[in-house]
Design a protein around this ligand. Structure first.
Ligand SMILES: *[C@@H]1O[C@H](CO)[C@@H](O)[C@H](O)[C@H]1NC(C)=O
Ligand SMILES: *[C@@H]1O[C@H](CO)[C@@H](O)[C@H](O)[C@H]1NC(C)=O
Ligand SMILES: *[C@@H]1O[C@H](CO)[C@@H](O)[C@H](O)[C@H]1NC(C)=O
Ligand SMILES: *[C@@H]1O[C@H](CO)[C@@H](O)[C@H](O)[C@H]1NC(C)=O
Ligand SMILES: *[C@@H]1O[C@H](CO)[C@@H](O)[C@H](O)[C@H]1NC(C)=O
Ligand SMILES: *[C@@H]1O[C@H](CO)[C@@H](O)[C@H](O)[C@H]1NC(C)=O
Ligand SMILES: *[C@@H]1O[C@H](CO)[C@@H](O)[C@H](O)[C@H]1NC(C)=O
Ligand SMILES: *[C@@H]1O[C@H](CO)[C@@H](O)[C@H](O)[C@H]1NC(C)=O
Length: 583
């Protein structure tokens, strides 16, 4: 062979290899903390950006949308559901806990972003399928109101897929997985038809359709969202089948392994600008003893894995680990136009004119938005809380419209410190309480409150710290009794700093200090994270502030300030803690 040709061939080979196989390492989870059921899509038209959404259940704002150009640094760019008017039921019809926005699919088509999802509430009108769209996902207010799509079988986990002929197909959960043609102008759905049964596990759900090399590919979740969870894939030349199961199934799963990242499943697949394929899935950290020891407070998080998918062949995925390697896009050099949230600390001082950060959530759209006021006249750099009558649990008659005065953010690091200052003098009547909480939902939370107890015309009453845990389904252990400690008399006129910190991966410490002398902090109680973990809970830990009159009819207002969330470390394997930046 001609030497020159040989050399040219070599150069070409090297150049091709460099374009596709320069691997770098990254850590999972990519969206740490409670971010379940990720659905992601790559949009070359928007500066080669990856966009993802995750399930939000009753957290409001909901349907968070994240963007990244390097798959490692993620910004929360908007919440597709940020105005109660978009879906008024989130304020009125959500009396129970495991309701709201279930798993969604995010896609881009002809300049428009589509977020299709299932909505569950207590109106007994079945599961609704709703669609939000926008032409600019960076503009939160541009997301449309929920547009209802018919849901012939009251299914969950809708997908949205455009066939080559322009027809729109919505696949959804079912045994077997089913689909309907849908009309995006009217919201009508056609007769359901069967797709694929999966590989023999239960709970076939979370379908996504793709078309590649002349095949329809159907990716689904199987085995339930716990230890048997998986993502499996099948293909067919026709949307009506027959479907052939991949010889490499499950595509992604951690079942029957002792990996630290468990429950891997509910995936989505997408291709980057260089042509590499990637998968996202949900996973839970803690290893296979997870449901035995019941400590996984961050719940289901989003992970990323490289996928090799040669032309005409089946996709094969790398197993999900804490440290991964793959042909990532170049690191983003540009500072994004919005504040980065993933991995960053919260340093929030409620400066006048500011608004509540995008990544903070209420539990349901607040029934009384005026219960949360930043820097009201005469109280700069504070957040004024107007107490809800219900405590964080509520009693049997609790209704969504009664409202909960709770504002929180996700726990996004295994080890962290969260603190908020509570201003003195808020209490007048028995039951008045302001505190911080580690909150999974109303039946699973750990609270550290400053509460006014006693108090009548005849007695002055006492102000106490009360550490109290609520866990409605603690079957494997006893819920600890409340720990009540009088506030030291020398602190009574002081601003008091309340802390929740993860002492280690399994235990939370509750403590308090005078804000002026934080070194004088007192440890009040230690609680196990099992209280805020649960196999039947779909959410993950939120850290926040609350105010309640504990059933009293009085109006109580109090002020909090200096909100801090400091990441300390991320556990990515049994013995591997990654320290957070700047520590
Ligand atoms: C990204 O793309 C959009 C849509 O094409 C454009 O409006 C925007 O200016 C671009 N942003 C950057 C930072 O390049
Ligand atoms: C799926 O499985 C069920 C029972 O397990 C069976 O009745 C049905 O025919 C199967 N459907 C398909 C499309 O394979
Ligand atoms: C689960 O807990 C039981 C008793 O509480 C223990 O006997 C068993 O070994 C544990 N299993 C694992 C996998 O840790
Ligand atoms: C209690 O532990 C068992 C295993 O020992 C597990 O199957 C079950 O889900 C646990 N229950 C709760 C509520 O965590
Ligand atoms: C890069 O990572 C991918 C995904 O793990 C793997 O398939 C490929 O072999 C790696 N390339 C090199 C040069 O190591
Ligand atoms: C909340 O209020 C209910 C009903 O008044 C009461 O039973 C429960 O103990 C309280 N729980 C907490 C954590 O405040
Ligand atoms: C965390 O600390 C508690 C003591 O507060 C201890 O009982 C527990 O074993 C520790 N857990 C780990 C994983 O070190
Ligand atoms: C609060 O008001 C309700 C309705 O007016 C009344 O039934 C209840 O007894 C009052 N509770 C207290 C503690 O005063």
């Amino acid at each position: 062979m001609n030497l020159l040709l040989l050399l040219a061939g070599l150069v070409l080979q090297i150049a091709t290899k460099q374009a596709y196989a320069l691997n770098t390492t990254y850590n999972n989870p990519i969206l740490p903390g409670w971010h379940s059921d990720p659905s992601c899509t790559f949009v070359s038209e928007w500066n080669n950006t990856f966009f993802c959404t995750t399930s939000s259940f009753l957290a409001f704002p909901g349907c968070p949308v994240f963007a990244s150009t390097d798959l490692v640094h993620w910004d929360l760019i908007s919440n597709a559901l940020s105005r109660p008017a978009q879906l008024p039921q989130i304020q009125t019809s959500t009396n129970a806990q495991t309701l709201g926005i279930f798993a969604s699919t995010l896609r881009f088509r002809d300049g428009t972003f589509y977020l299709i999802t299932a909505w569950l509430d207590t109106d007994n009108d079945g599961v609704q399928i709703v669609l939000f769209t926008t032409t600019n996902p960076y503009d939160e207010n541009s997301w449309t109101n929920a547009f209802q799509i018919q849901n012939p079988l009251s299914a969950i986990d809708p997908d949205i897929f455009w066939d080559d002929d322009g027809n729109v197909i919505m696949a959804y959960s079912g045994s077997p997985i089913k689909a309907s043609y849908i009309d995006l102008a009217t919201g009508n759905a056609g007769e359901p038809f069967d797709l694929w049964n999966g590989t023999g596990y239960n709970y076939q759900e979370g379908p996504h359709l793709y078309k590649k090399d002349g095949y329809y590919y159907l990716l689904i979740a199987e085995g339930g969202t716990e230890l048997h969870h998986s993502s499996t894939i099948a293909r067919s030349k026709s949307i009506k089948g027959p479907w052939e199961s991949s010889p490499h199934n499950p595509l992604a799963s951690a079942r029957y392994t002792d990996r630290y990242f468990q429950t891997v499943g509910h995936s989505d697949l997408f291709q980057d600008a260089a042509g590499n394929w990637w998968g996202v899935a949900l996973a839970t950290r803690a290893g296979p003893v997870l449901y035995n020891e019941t400590i996984y407070p961050m719940g289901r998080e989003s992970v990323l894995y490289p996928v090799s998918w040669p032309k005409g062949d089946w996709p094969v995925a790398d197993p999900v680990m804490g440290e991964m390697s793959g042909p990532l896009p170049p690191k983003s050099s540009k500072k994004s136009s919005v504040p980065t949230f993933m991995g960053e600390p919260d340093i929030v001082d409620f400066v006048p004119g500011s608004s509540i950060p995008k990544h903070w959530v209420f539990w349901r759209a607040p029934a009384k938005p005026e219960s949360f006021t930043i820097s009201p006249p005469g109280h700069p750099n504070t957040l004024r809380l107007t107490a809800s009558k219900a405590n964080l649990t509520g009693d049997a008659s609790f209704k969504a419209l009664d409202g909960l005065t709770l504002l929180a953010r996700r726990q996004t690091n295994t080890l962290f410190e969260f603190s908020v200052d509570v201003h003195p003098g808020f209490y007048k009547t028995q039951g008045d309480e302001i505190g911080v909480t580690a909150f999974l939902h109303q039946d699973h939370h750990i609270d550290l409150g400053i509460v006014f107890m006693g108090g009548s015309p005849h007695s002055k009453g006492t102000l106490s710290f009360r550490c109290r845990a609520t866990d409605s389904d603690a079957t494997n252990f006893t819920v600890p009794s409340p720990v009540v400690t009088p506030v030291p008399s020398s602190w009574l006129s002081e601003t008091i700093r309340l802390y929740i910190r993860a002492e280690n991966s399994t235990h939370y410490q509750l403590s308090a200090a005078p804000a002026a002398w934080p070194h004088d902090s007192r440890l009040l109680a230690t609680f196990t994270g099992a209280l805020i973990s649960g196999p039947d809970v779909f959410t993950g830990n939120l850290l926040g502030v609350y105010a309640t009159t504990n059933g009293g009819n009085q109006t109580m207002q109090g002020y909090v300030s200096r909100w801090r969330y400091t990441p300390v470390a991320q556990q990515i394997d049994y013995d591997d803690f990654v320290r957070s930046r700047g520590l």
